[in-house]
Design a protein around this ligand. Structure first.
Ligand code: FAD
Length: 484
């Protein structure tokens, strides 16, 4: 009855108010936001296509405060959504619309705790912005190689929680490969100090690797030990025109053979994706005429003298031309030429956004099957959606691709998006036939977890559920993400 409902809401309001008051006591008044307008940027996703609601946004300043808050959330049964830079693309870092969760932002935890040049490690707090980590490593004459276009806003905690990839995975691996140790606040508020600097550590289950890629569902990463590398002194970039993805794979094999470990980047870009870049950013000039269906951005880097790297690069391209694998190539001679080539790659997503809406996929298949994947999926899509436009680009060198599909000319974006499920089905079935993954590097969040469960075996999903239950029996750590 209405009196009962009223009493329920009064009790709920009082409980919420006292919970928020206790949060203020834990982290200080200034670090708890509960006014809806001020919470907007924390509850809205990067692409601004989704807005959730939160009880409050809390910004702890250290690990002890994170642990206190998590214990409080457990006591009041309040779900916790950990958030770094909120640049994730799968709705993992934003709350649902119930308004029951708190967003726990690590943004204030940006201390670089230590740089240990003898062990080539760096210990940083989870809220450190990736660009700041790069700068701190450079100041110590070292390099931290994780490289994403979101590096000005994303955080190390988010990078590890999402196991980010980026453009240097081919040589240095994903965020997982770049991390030696973690400090984590568990769902019951206990702090796990796993800040090891060891490159070998076979003392039981690999807990660090469980947290990496868990998207905040198993615990909150508060600090990490990262691997550092010698700072490359030379770097050269080539922009190469090709006839097909099959030729791109042949070029990759040649580059791996000739350049060996100096091959840092191998990015595929369809001619159409570059057409969009020059249409929407006319100041960006391609170094070759855009007349071919595919292009590759290749980068070599190393510590040897500049001339030696350049000679190796020229040899590689010469060989590829003689073998008929590439049509044309431009090799950067200056840092600014290299930057201009990178700008073309880095602006594909922004150009696509200016062109209109599209259906995005971030997929992985075994590298050798990429040509087949693109050819068969393109063909099937054209059969069902004649004239649809695919924007194909990505980190071919490490086996992942952004395969985005836009409406045929004359069909409105919104009408096409209504058929998103059918488009996804064609793309993901194709991925599945090749034993690939429907998320290569962006994770699952709340956007892809259901689809993922359809393609994974029951055994795999059951194991994932058991792990989650063991770490978070109350289901308060980022609920509704990763697993449906
Ligand atoms: P958030 O978006 O805040 O969070 C991501 C996930 O991690 C969420 O589930 C969140 O709950 C969880 N989380 C955040 N911090 C913590 C923590 N401390 N403890 C536990 N869980 C936590 N990704 C790639 O892999 N490769 C790319 O090349 C790439 N390019 C991008 C380019 C652009 C322009 C943009 C906008 C995004 C790109 N991304 C890319 C996606 C995104 O930047 C990465 O996933 C990044 O790692 C997210 O970091 P973040 O700090 O923004 O995390």
């Amino acid at each position: 009855n209405s009196a009962g409902r009223k009493t329920y809401f009064i009790i709920l309001f009082m409980a919420q108010s006292s919970f928020i008051e206790l949060c203020r006591k834990r982290v200080g008044n200034a670090h708890v936001i509960s006014v809806p307008e001020k919470m907007a940027s924390y509850v809205t996703d990067y692409r601004k296509r989704y807005a959730g609601k939160a009880l409050a946004v809390v910004l702890p300043g250290n690990t002890r405060e994170v642990a206190d808050l998590v214990r409080l959330c457990k006591q009041y049964r309040v779900p916790v959504v950990p958030q770094g830079g909120n640049t994730g693309l799968v709705l993992g870092s934003v709350p649902d619309t119930s308004g029951k969760a708190v967003v726990l932002s690590l943004a204030r935890m940006k201390r670089i705790r230590e740089i240990d040049v003898k062990n080539n490690t760096m210990t940083v707090e989870a809220g450190c912005i990736l660009d700041d980590v790069h700068s701190a490593a450079l100041e110590a004459d070292r390099m931290f190689p994780l490289s994403l276009a979101s590096s000005g806003s994303c955080t190390i905690g988010g990078n590890l929680a999402a196991n980010a990839g980026g453009t240097a995975v081919l040589r240095y691996g994903t965020a997982r490969d770049l991390c030696l140790g973690l400090e984590v606040v568990m769902a019951d508020g206990a702090v796990w100090d796993g800040l090891y600097k060891l490159r070998k550590n076979n003392t039981g289950y690999d807990l660090r690797d469980l947290f990496i890629g868990s998207e905040g569902t198993l615990g909150i990463i508060t600090a990490a030990v990262l691997k550092l590398f010698p700072r490359p002194t030379t770097r050269q970039t080539a922009f190469v025109a090709l006839s097909s993805p099959a030729d791109a794979l042949q070029l990759l094999a040649i580059a791996q053979k000739v350049a060996d470990s100096s091959l840092t980047t191998f990015e595929l870009m369809s001619g159409y994706s570059l057409e969009l870049v020059v249409r929407h950013f006319p100041h960006l000039l391609p170094p070759l005429p855009l007349e071919r269906p595919y292009y590759v951005l290749l980068e070599l880097s190393g510590t040897e003298p500049e001339g030696q790297l350049g000679e190796r690069f020229e040899k590689l391209l010469q060989y590829a031309i003689e073998e008929g694998v590439i049509c044309d190539a431009a090799l950067s001679q200056t840092v600014s030429q290299s930057r201009s080539m990178w700008a073309l790659r880095e602006n594909i997503s922004a150009a696509q956004a200016k062109e209109g809406k599209n259906i995005k996929h971030d997929i992985a298949v075994p590298t050798s099957l990429f040509a087949e994947f693109i050819e068969t999926t393109d063909r099937q899509l054209q059969q069902y959606f004649p004239g649809c436009r695919t924007v194909t680009f990505g980190h071919l060198g490490d086996g992942s691709l952004h395969y985005n599909v836009a409406a045929p000319k004359g069909v409105s974006d919104d009408a096409f998006l209504m058929r998103q499920d059918e488009v996804n089905r064609i793309v993901y079935d194709s991925v599945d036939r090749m034993q690939g993954a429907i998320s290569a590097e962006h994770g699952l969040g709340a956007l892809k977890h259901e689809r993922n469960a359809e393609y994974k075996s029951d055994v795999e999903i059951r194991m994932m559920r058991k792990i989650r239950e063991a770490f978070d029996p109350d289901n308060l750590m980022n609920p509704g993400k990763v697993l449906p």
